[in-house]
Design a protein around this ligand. Structure first.
Ligand SMILES: Cc1ncc(C[n+]2csc(CCOP(=O)(O)OP(=O)(O)O)c2C)c(N)n1
Ligand code: SF4
Ligand SMILES: [Mg+2]
Length: 295
């Protein structure tokens, strides 16, 4: 099968991520879709390491490594500096993990998008603070083991719905995407690049190390997250126009959970409860998108 995505790479062939790292796959596709004239703000996260130690870098674009909590603020400053130089062409992109987005960088992100700063904010979501040893974030899903939710203290709170939080800011464009659907991802990045103002992309990026999965299953598991409705693919324009990009056939969440060591403690009853939560979220999304299903 030949993928219909640009073939010019903006990553060199080597990087220092773990084998099967979804965050590395996400970066590869996003940079291909953004093309030349891209500047990246990189708050502390696994990607601060994956890019390699100075003076080496796997990235073929200018990068600013920033403090963890400042992704939105630093991007605002870079945009202002480019504007002052008369450079309207270069696209400013913040690339942050879920911890740097849902939690610690949220204030700077919310401030920047409330001002409708002209930049793209990409959150690659591996559902925990991976770089520092798999600590739980507000993106970690209900039921997951992490080093701060060990044993019977597995996470009992549901994942924060970050796209809905961004949609509440009424930004021009917000979308979910997955490393398992590169054509959909590429189209959304290209669309985001063509829009002015604040744009937000939430990319599901498997983490073999933190999820306790074999590296070769990273893409399969990301695909299953979409096919089970755990991570639906959709986009929202101007805070109100919802479009669902993929209608799953409705696989059972159990199949997805059973492949991952981080969920191995869950009982059948826990998994039935999670199935009901997923269904509830999916029905809510369908209502927002104005989709009515029979039954
Ligand atoms: C203010 C501050 N607190 C804590 C850290 C330590 N730190 C660096 S990266 C990181 C985890 C980042 O998690 P996430 O944003 O989800 O990205 P991931 O590592 O999962 O790719 C932490 C806690 C820091 N650099 N700065
Ligand atoms: S810990 Fe996870 S996100 Fe970080 S480099 Fe390894 S696989 Fe990638
Ligand atoms: Mg993370």
């Amino acid at each position: 099968m030949r993928l219909d995505v640009p073939d010019r790479d903006y990553m060199y062939s080597g990087h220092v991520g773990c084998p099967g790292c979804g965050a590395a796959i996400a970066m590869k596709f996003v940079l291909r879709a953004l093309g030349d004239k891209t500047m990246m703000v990189l708050p502390a996260c696994c990607w601060s390491i994956i890019a390699g130690p100075y003076p080496q870098s796997t990235l073929q674009i200018p990068v600013i490594h920033s403090a963890f909590e400042t992704g939105g603020a630093v991007a605002s400053g870079v945009r202002a500096a480019l504007d002052a130089k008369g450079d309207k062409e270069t696209c400013v992109v913040t690339w942050a993990g879920d911890g740097g987005t849902f939690d610690i960088g949220f204030q700077a992100l919310s401030g920047a998008v409330e001002r409708n700063e002209d930049f793209i904010y990409v959150c690659y979501d591996n559902e925990a603070y991976m770089n520092t040893g798999i600590q739980r974030s507000s993106s970690t899903p209900y039921g997951a083991w992490t080093t701060t939710t060990p044993g019977q203290d597995w996470k009992k709170m549901r994942k924060k719905n970050i796209v809905e939080v961004l949609v509440a800011h009424r930004i021009p464009y917000a979308a979910t995407a997955s490393i398992a659907y590169p054509e959909d991802l590429t189209r959304k990045v290209a669309k985001a690049r063509s829009i002015k103002g604040s744009r937000f992309l939430h990319i599901f990026a498997s983490c073999p190390t933190g999820w306790r999965i074999p590296s070769e299953t990273a893409v399969k598991i990301a695909r299953m997250a979409v096919q089970t409705n755990i991570f639906p693919l959709y986009e929202v324009e101007n805070g109100s126009k919802y479009t669902i990009n993929f209608m799953p056939k409705g696989y059972l969440v159990k199949e997805y959970f059973r492949l991952q060591g981080r969920f191995k403690h869950l009982t059948e009853r826990d998994l039935d409860q999670i199935q009901a939560m997923v269904e509830e979220d999916w029905q809510l999304l369908l209502r927002k998108a104005g989709v009515r299903l029979q039954g």
